[in-house]
Design a protein around this ligand. Sequence first.
Ligand SMILES: *[C@@H]1O[C@H](CO)[C@@H](O)[C@H](O)[C@H]1NC(C)=O
Ligand SMILES: *[C@@H]1O[C@H](CO)[C@@H](O)[C@H](O)[C@H]1NC(C)=O
Ligand SMILES: *[C@@H]1O[C@H](CO)[C@@H](O)[C@H](O)[C@H]1NC(C)=O
Ligand SMILES: *[C@@H]1O[C@H](CO)[C@@H](O)[C@H](O)[C@H]1NC(C)=O
Ligand SMILES: *[C@@H]1O[C@H](CO)[C@@H](O)[C@H](O)[C@H]1NC(C)=O
Length: 595
Amino acid sequence: MKSKIHTQAEDEEEERDSEKIFGVFSREGLTMLGVGVGVVVLLVIITTASVVVTSKAGSTAPAQPFPTGGDMLDYLIQTGDIQDRDGLHISWYHSANNKSEMDKALRSTAMVLEADVNVRGHNTANETNIPIMAHPPDVDSDNTLQEWMDSVLKSKKGIKLDFKSIESVLPSLEILQSRNKTGINRPVWLNADILHGPNVPNFWPVVNSTAFLELIQNKFPEATISPGWKVLYLPFTQGYTQAMVEEMYQLIQHVPQRVTFPVLAVMAKQSWPHFSWLLSQSSRFSLTLWQGKENPSVNDLLFIRDNSNPERIYYDIYEPVLSQFKEAAMQSKRSRQFYPGGDLVDYFKPKNRDGINIRWDSVSDRASLLSLLKDSSGGMLVIPVGDKKDKPDIPVVENSSPELSLQECLDLVLASPKLHGLYLQVKSQVLLVPTLQLLSQAYDKDLLYRPTWINMNVSYGSFETPGYIEGAEFLDTVNQVFPYVTLAPGWPIEALTEGYTQPLVEDMVQLFKGAWQDISLQLRAVPLGMVYPGRRSLLQAQPRFSLTVQHGPEQGSYNSGYMGLMSIRGGDIHRSYYNMPTDYKAKLFLDVFTT
Ligand SMILES: *[C@@H]1O[C@H](CO)[C@@H](O)[C@H](O)[C@H]1NC(C)=O
Ligand SMILES: *[C@@H]1O[C@H](CO)[C@@H](O)[C@H](O)[C@H]1NC(C)=O
Ligand SMILES: *[C@@H]1O[C@H](CO)[C@@H](O)[C@H](O)[C@H]1NC(C)=O
Ligand SMILES: *[C@@H]1O[C@H](CO)[C@@H](O)[C@H](O)[C@H]1NC(C)=O
Ligand SMILES: *[C@@H]1O[C@H](CO)[C@@H](O)[C@H](O)[C@H]1NC(C)=O
């Protein structure tokens, strides 16, 4: 039906078009046509010339429509400013506020202009509702937002407005709304510091978050929201905490817009685990690293880049650091600074992103380690951590002879150029702190850039078992000493006589639900085959937890684990790992890929 109506309408249009054509080619029309063509040619020459001149100065308005809520990378690709979807290619101009700065910004090669908005006379007796371009403490400016828009809309540069007070938001959004009638045709980012960030006391004023978000939804919803924390940089202080990031997430999780969170670049690396968590909550989220007076280090920026998708980080960083960073980032031979709490699939990049293609090898002593580092193509190194004879708090590779200290073992692994991750099985409670301390030292020396998992069997709820570390203590200790790991908790063997029952699974999920680290639940294949409801609960928990199933000769034949292995294989292949020796793995491959 629909297509028929459409065709009819098109036919009618074609008829009308042909009438026009006949009209033009009537006798008296022909001379007119000749003159007309000449005028058109002349016009084309003039406009082309002016386009060439003005686009050299970077100030041609965009030729094509573009939604104000659209993606900045898409826009800059459309304008030809960048070639691929990588936030590092974008250049920014900061505080393009008063007329002379704005003009400088418009003449520059910067692709996006960032400017501060307040109302004229804010917090004075003469406060108005006229939005002006000024950064506090200034409350006046030679440039209003109206005038700023007049000039900026003649260029093709992107827009980021940083609101310095809630009073400035509504009148500014009204200006945007009215400008939109004739076309803004570029992404508009709306930024405000709406929460208290690092080193900022609670009495310090921030922009009212509820009001900011409501005004945007009501007045100008087609924008990218850039909600930030007010932050003060002090060296040697904590960066953004999980609580700060969580608070932001609670506020922003239901907004329909694209969201980019502004993050002070010097504090980004130390707070990376939390931002990595935040980014994983929605594909609409990105980060904009910005800088204040202090230069961020190139090394810190490389760390962020190495652990993120290039499409999801913008770098509003000044020269000369920006150029140094770009140069370093583009070097192909540079080794990756992988976040040790990061995802295995992202590190090893196994075929089909399938966890089954990641190797797991056991280290028993120095000789076995050296041969793995030499011959293996890479994979997780399973290292049992026991205590040194007569010195129960010095970690060593358990039962190694001659004894190999964990320190030396780590030194050897971390010096290897191959892709190896660490799976540390901490066999007793007293060894947890010293093990984490060794990791922390290596991390502080910029040496620990590989996936690092901490495995312990824990006691909790329905699997409360004497002789095992309490679940909460395990979590607290890791958080206090070295939190940048994947937590790999297992159940005490004593609790598994009836397999992984539903209460066992539910209690473990409950215990680690609030942890911000990646969690991989450690499973044994044989008891996994026993009961179905527990397996179902495990697979339901898989969006939050990855699953690692372990099997080997000490637990029984390959076939004794078949049920358990196959049930895990039925879950998410990108979040399931198989800690098995090569001969068992070969049988698993046969079962999985040939039947
Ligand atoms: C404009 O802003 C720049 C940078 O903040 C400043 O150096 C300059 O003096 C200002 N010009 C006027 C006319 O206010
Ligand atoms: C308010 O405006 C009046 C008249 O223009 C002026 O005399 C006065 O200094 C202004 N007050 C402030 C706080 O700016
Ligand atoms: C923030 O704005 C909301 C909605 O406009 C209002 O109800 C609330 O009282 C404001 N909060 C503060 C602290 O001013
Ligand atoms: C801006 O204008 C476009 C085109 O007319 C329209 O689709 C869009 O909804 C407008 N945006 C806002 C926020 O009013
Ligand atoms: C945890 O228990 C399993 C048996 O269920 C055992 O194989 C493993 O070595 C234990 N891990 C640690 C760190 O003690």
